[in-house]
Design a protein around this ligand. Structure first.
Ligand SMILES: [Mg+2]
Length: 210
């Protein structure tokens, strides 16, 4: 019997393939004349807290940017992500983008993925739809990974990586520092993920974690 050598790879979007946080931070610094650096963002929601403190209306700048198609489409991809993902799909792996972006952002997210060459044959995209009854973004991503037999995940949110029961590559970001379980590997680049992927796939197909 021929053994299947390809898998479905789950990939988060923001701060994993899309360099979002620096762009949000730049808008904040510009609007409120601040100089907050990315290295200061030790909690992912730090920027939300800062904008709340500016006394803006509910949601304020962040919600405004989330819903701005002009801003969203202008975001830049993370270096080498496109090249590495392209290689995987050429090898027959399936890519499933699983983002906690609200479902209202589906159109602009699809456009952005196509614009930067992230969309290939068989690619899937899931966004967070509150109508589906998920309790949190953690619950949502873990459920999608299970439902679609995702064997490996690439993420920047520590709490999501820790909740996954599959191998995870966690992008090293200021907001996800600290100890990690054995199935989560901290990485600094897409080049590093490319090197490690065959080892992880082999382990995953043999039913071993990590
Ligand atoms: Mg993310």
């Amino acid at each position: 019997m021929k053994t299947k050598k390809t898998i479905t790879i789950g990939i988060d979007i923001d701060n994993t393939i899309c360099d979002s946080y620096p762009a949000y931070l730049e808008k904040y610094n510009l609007k409120y004349q601040k100089e907050v650096q990315l290295s200061e963002v030790l909690d992912f929601y730090y920027l939300n807290d800062l904008t709340d403190k500016e006394g803006a209306e509910f949601g304020g700048l962040i919600d405004e940017l989330v819903l701005s198609e002009e801003f969203q489409i202008s975001l830049l991809p993370v270096g080498e992500a496109q090249k590495v993902i392209r290689e995987w799909t050429d090898q027959g792996h399936l890519v499933h983008y699983v983002t906690a972006r609200p479902v209202q952002m589906r159109k602009v997210t699809g456009q952005w993925l196509e614009k930067h060459g992230f969309w290939h044959k068989g690619t899937r995209l899931d966004l967070f739809d509150e109508k589906n009854g998920f309790k949190s973004d953690v619950d949502y991503k873990v459920s999608i990974a299970k439902k679609f037999s995702i064997r490996l995940f690439i993420e920047d949110a520590g709490q999501i990586a820790k909740a996954m029961k599959i191998p995870v590559f966690l992008f090293d970001r200021p907001w996800n520092q600290g100890k990690l379980p054995a199935n989560v590997l901290r990485v600094k680049s897409w080049g590093q993920i490319r090197e490690m992927l065959p080892v992880k796939i082999k382990a995953s197909l043999n039913g071993r974690i990590p």
